[in-house]
Design a protein around this ligand. Sequence first.
Ligand SMILES: Cc1ncc(COP(=O)(O)O)c(C=O)c1O
Length: 339
Amino acid sequence: MNPVELPARLSLAQTPTPLQPLSRLSRELGGPNIWVKRDDLTGCAVSGNKVRKLEFTLARALAEGCDTLITAGGLQSNHCRATAILGAQLGLKVHLILRQEGRDATYPQGNLLLSELAGAEISIYSKTEYQKNAPTLFEQWSQHYRQQGAKPYCIPVGASDGTGVWGYIDCARELRDDFQRAGIQPAAIVHATGSGGTQAGLTAGAALHQLNSPVIGIAVCDNERYFFDKVRADLREWSSLYSPELDIEQLNIIVNDQYVGPGYAQATAEVFDTIALAASTEGLILDPVYTGKGFHGLVTEIRQGRFKSGDDVVFIHTGGIFGLMAQAEMLTTQIRSNT
Ligand SMILES: Cc1ncc(COP(=O)(O)O)c(C=O)c1O
């Protein structure tokens, strides 16, 4: 039964995804039982959290008769890669506005490689140019396509807006069924938060589907204040578009910004160690930009005694494997320095 009436959506994600126990790692850490919701398995090239959101975003774009998708993000954006591939699947043109990060590689790697392969038009801007002009760039490119007779649809960074939040509202319904099947009442649902849409959806979805477990977003960039405001803004937009029966002002938005480290897409040696730990004890592949940082936050909190043994905690694995490939040098250097 779904007590929440969903708007139009496309069927693009491989769902429901499994909820799996991480028994060996839980034993090794000696704390709570750690579970992982495998949203890295929502697809192959289109894996991760973005496809859940894009099911709703792209349904809206098609309903409005759009034929061109414009979106933006970092050079290794998972969201941009997912949009590029889904655009190709749906026969839509895709234009990506990307923010330069790090130094230039000889060849495109990771997400950028896949976006190029899927035929997306790519414009790369320096960090300063992007930060200063991002809204104007959307408008500039929209105008460009309108002049060519096309009908563009702009998707905000991470598809985090009042429509994209449906993806994780509906994931909360899946989680309710997962928890019932596993016979657990988690002490926390933990995930990496970047543009806020996953957190907005999970926070609202947890209330709508009465999960009775706090949702904790571990920030991979920015700070607590930023996420309070962003999550609230996405939910306010959702509320004004769809008039749900939920008082969003009463929702408890929980952000932990202690694990951002040096900044977006920059991971510490400890994060790489946690990535290696998850891979070698459980065969679970995390990435240094999002899930590695988020999971490292959870593991650190467990080591500090934040949860009781016997508690169940659920980590939402939001994908990102191609971002790991783009940081092969850093990962390998760190792993080899430990041996
Ligand atoms: C792999 C991965 N995990 C987590 C996130 C964070 O999700 P959100 O942007 O909805 O906060 C993103 C995107 O930003 C992502 O690509």
